[in-house]
Design a protein around this ligand. Structure first.
Ligand code: FDA
Length: 372
């Protein structure tokens, strides 16, 4: 049996800890926050499960992962259908026949396709778009771009669309059916009673010892000398004291409040797509569980995109050449200098993982680790 130290109690670390303990191994899990769960953590307020670190909708193409999470929770049949608010005009997302009908009055797929083609033609964009604005217009035309892409994207990245590289938007999904389901995965839902129970059940074994409010870097040398195999799900550049430079992120700020109304916006997710509104989304948490909770109150969260500075919560890795190449150098350093440490999860591997991918990646490590 091996002794493991898992740094970080997010979905990656907790899945690994659960599987390692199931095989009879001792696992110490340390977590710097005052709660387990990482970014999928949910907290009950007024009987409503509040997604503390942004809206989390479980969706996957992988039947085995869908079955896997059902060991830890029952899921409802929530379907993510966000709406967009552009200066008070409401549009359905993702772009589909409902959006096109509202925008142009078209009713059939043929009419919608013709309208988009006409828009693209009249926009006169060069064959090789040189920035994000040209790229987006070349994909969907100026109307959709102006109302539903431009402001939102500029807020997300904190830069003008004309200053952003074209490659950020490789494609914009366009659907010629009346269907507001945001994801195209066959399995989708929200755990009834929130996500935290999933992590708590994963970490419930007597072989797992969980310590919150415990930062790896407070005793890094001691942990490294402990002889334990380490699964590290914090930031890989911080592990190496930023010796090759700092990886970059986009951050977010969440403002959550309880409102004395039953139903504030009629939908779980409303995107604000104009450039002037400072937030990108308003989440109304009770709608993830079909209005559960206090009948006279609701909890909403305004989500603001934010430039990341060291010490801020690192939410989204910046997927560009410079950061990818720096990450690669850290990964090489890790393999050479600390072979007893595995770097996993979204921060350890510097990549955006959906929840199903985080679980899949942890299960892959389990296979390698236990030779299965
Ligand atoms: P995660 O960040 O959750 O866990 C890492 C843990 O390590 C944290 O708890 C952290 O505190 C801890 N830690 C870091 N450094 C440490 C240190 N030095 N010492 C001790 N502990 C340390 N996915 C999806 O499928 N559907 C969705 O709708 C969404 N929505 C979504 C919204 C937003 C705003 C974000 C940012 C992300 C999503 N996701 C998502 C992705 C989802 O959050 C992601 O897949 C998982 O949180 C990944 O789990 P990890 O364990 O990799 O990281």
């Amino acid at each position: 049996m091996t002794d493991y130290l898992v740094v970080g109690s997010g979905l990656f670390g907790s899945t690994f800890a659960y599987e390692a303990a199931k095989r009879g191994n001792h696992v110490e899990v340390i977590e710097k926050r005052d709660h387990v769960g990482g970014n999928i953590y949910t907290k009950e307020v007024e009987g409503i499960q509040v997604h503390e670190y942004g809206a989390h909708i479980f969706h996957t193409k992988m039947k085995d992962i869908w079955d896997y999470v059902h060991q830890f929770a029952d899921f409802n049949n929530y379907v993510n259908s966000p709406i967009a608010n552009y200066h008070g005009e409401i549009y359905n997302m993702p772009f589909n026949m409902n959006t096109f009908n509202k925008l142009w009055g078209v009713r059939t797929p043929a009419e919608a396709k013709a309208k988009i083609e006409e828009q693209k033609r009249d926009a006169n964009i060069p064959d090789k778009p040189t920035n994000l604005e040209e790229q987006a217009i070349s994909l969907v035309g100026p109307d959709l771009y102006e109302k539903l892409v431009k402001g939102y994207t500029e807020k997300q990245w904190g830069r003008k669309a004309t200053d952003l590289p074209a490659f950020i938007i490789r494609r914009i999904p366009v659907r010629f059916i009346y269907d507001n389901n945001y994801f195209s995965d066959p399995y989708q839902g929200i755990p009834i009673g929130g996500y935290t129970q999933i992590i708590e059940k994963m970490l419930a074994s007597d072989l797992i010892d969980v310590k919150t409010n415990t930062d790896f870097f407070d005793k890094k040398d001691e942990y490294l000398k402990s002889g334990k195999r380490i699964i590290f799900t914090g930031m890989i550049d911080q592990f190496f004291d930023y010796q090759l430079g700092a990886l970059e992120y986009r951050s977010l700020k969440f403002d959550t409040e309880v409102k004395d109304v039953d139903n504030y916006q009629g939908n779980a997710v409303v995107n604000y797509t104009d450039a002037e509104t400072p937030y990108t989304r308003v989440i109304e948490h009770k709608h993830f569980e079909f209005g559960k909770g206090n009948k006279h109150k609701t909890v909403i969260t305004h989500e603001y995109p934010k430039t990341w500075h060291r010490g801020d919560e690192p939410y989204y890795p910046i997927d560009d050449k410079k950061n990818r190449s720096l990450y690669k150098k850290y990964a090489e350093l890790a393999a050479k200098d600390v072979p007893n440490v595995f770097f996993g999860g979204r921060l350890g591997q510097y990549r955006y993982y959906n929840m199903d991918q985080a679980i899949m990646s942890a299960l892959r490590l389990v296979k390698n680790e236990f030779g299965e």
